[in-house]
Design a protein around this ligand. Structure first.
Ligand SMILES: NC(=O)CC[C@H](N)C(=O)O
Length: 197
């Protein structure tokens, strides 16, 4: 999209379209006023975006495709410019600095060490209701082969916990959650993210 065609009251949010829960994020973004959602597969599609969502899926696959598509450095630069990034589930893993078993190449956007599949396998998937003081009460959250944040640096604001495991965090312009907000009808987390882009 050409810069001149950007409307000042509209937030332009991209969804990384490599693998995983892409269309669900687009649908949720479309439920919010003054948001223009677009798909991102190539570095040049990051230009003029205010924010980027890295969806859930399979972090090893998304990591490989990020490299294949030449997106590793462009996404890191996008984050350094202060643009908003939301990583959900596998997206949280990818935003991390390390994983406990070092099995995935990460974007290193947030000072966290992630336990992949920390809540167990597909069969251990669950849905719950979270109170997230910064955002709101009674927020539905869907956990599918979900990771948790095993360790977080001092600059990381830990926003929500389950059984003492951190499941949502923010470090400046980077927001991550272990679960899938886009699989519910509650768009408060998405609105919180968009407002900060
Ligand atoms: N629902 C998900 O995104 C699962 C993430 C998956 N466990 C991974 O590490 O890639």
């Amino acid at each position: 999209m050409a810069k001149s065609s950007k409307l000042s009251n509209v937030k332009y949010i991209g969804v990384l379209n490599l693998q995983g829960a892409v269309s669900e994020h687009i649908l949720m973004l479309n439920s919010i006023d003054n948001v223009q959602a677009t798909l991102v597969q190539k570095p040049e599609q990051l230009a003029n975006l205010d924010g980027l969502i890295i969806p859930g899926g399979e972090s090893t696959t998304i990591s490989r495709l990020i490299k294949q598509n030449g997106l590793l450095t462009p996404i890191q630069q996008f984050a350094k410019q202060g643009k908003g990034i939301l990583g959900t589930c596998a997206g949280l893993v990818l935003c991390g600095k390390t994983t406990t078993h070092n099995e995935v190449e990460l974007l290193d956007l947030m000072d966290i060490c992630v336990e992949r599949n920390g809540f167990g396998r597909q069969i251990n998937s669950f849905e719950t209701i979270l109170d997230i003081p910064t955002i709101g009460e009674q927020i539905p959250a869907v956990f599918i082969r979900a990771p948790y944040i095993a360790k977080a640096g001092e600059q990381v604001n830990q926003l929500a916990f389950i059984d003492n495991h951190c499941v949502m965090a923010q470090q400046d312009n980077i927001l991550t959650c272990s679960f899938h907000p886009e699989l519910t009808v509650d768009n408060r987390i998405m609105r919180y993210f968009v407002d900060r882009c």
